[in-house]
Design a protein around this ligand. Sequence first.
Ligand SMILES: [Zn+2]
Length: 337
Amino acid sequence: MGFGLSRVAGVGAGRVATHQAAADRIGETQRTIQFGKVLGIAGTVTLDANTRDAATERRAGDDIVVAALYRFAPWPDYASCRAPLTAVARAAGVKGTLLLAAEGINGTIAGTEAGIADVLASLRALPGFAGLDVKYSRAPAMPFGRLKVRLKREIVTMGVDGIDPLKSVGTYVAPADWNALISDPETLVVDTRNAYEVSIGTFAGAHDPGTRSFREFPAWIAQRLADGPRPRRIAMFCTGGIRCEKATAYVRQLGVEEVYHLEGGILKYLETVDEATSLWRGECFVFDERVSVGHGLKAGTHKLCHACGKPVEVAGETGGGFIDDACDECRAGRASG
Ligand SMILES: [Zn+2]
């Protein structure tokens, strides 16, 4: 297989994030989450590469536990689980969003340690969900206004029927092995994220599909494979890993055999790979109040334009293209009516 790659089942990490800084700006957090929804991103993927260890390193006042979770597992009776799960979460004082579908669960919830433990215990008791992937972080105050338990067709919306990551997912590649894989000229490197995310940072040499939503990705990659010479292998990546679970399964269905994806997503790479050897360029867009993060997951330099919702660099050479909460383009548009 080369690259010392090993297949690690069930390790994708749909990191959800809520950063502690969210602490100070609850309003911002909620707006950002809304924004994610407008963009059609299922599951309010807020990222935080914080691991369970980080979650236990609580800062003074960070009493709220935020749990970002996902799991692909066949769940034929998911609809009938909505009411009991809602009841458990309400009783536990937990808020946030849970998306339930026949293919699994995805979401981000927050509450007290005991409250989160209650909800996770209920989820893990479901058949097939013992291995639920959970990423923890802490916040000083409840970052969600309410609890939403929703029934969906997909837990991350790609819009292609019959894609089952459990049957045909690609091969996971650890961050430490990623550089060798994407540096090989016979590897087609594809960023599965949307254009507004790619615009502020991506891997050197990665192809940008220019998509507005993940729903457009399948058509783009199918066309790319039909148009160009067939690549020897494909390497894909996304923020926390969940989109690639579907994207790699789809590409394998298109007949490409060597399909790889970055385990734990860009966030795990930025958390673990040294900046000196990193092939990441720019910052990584995240779905929380930080807007972007860099190496070591340090908060980045972007804000969201309140008019168009795009990430805009705050501290640019010209002092930033971001004045009065709007980007240059939007302000120019306003001026011209
Ligand atoms: Zn704008």
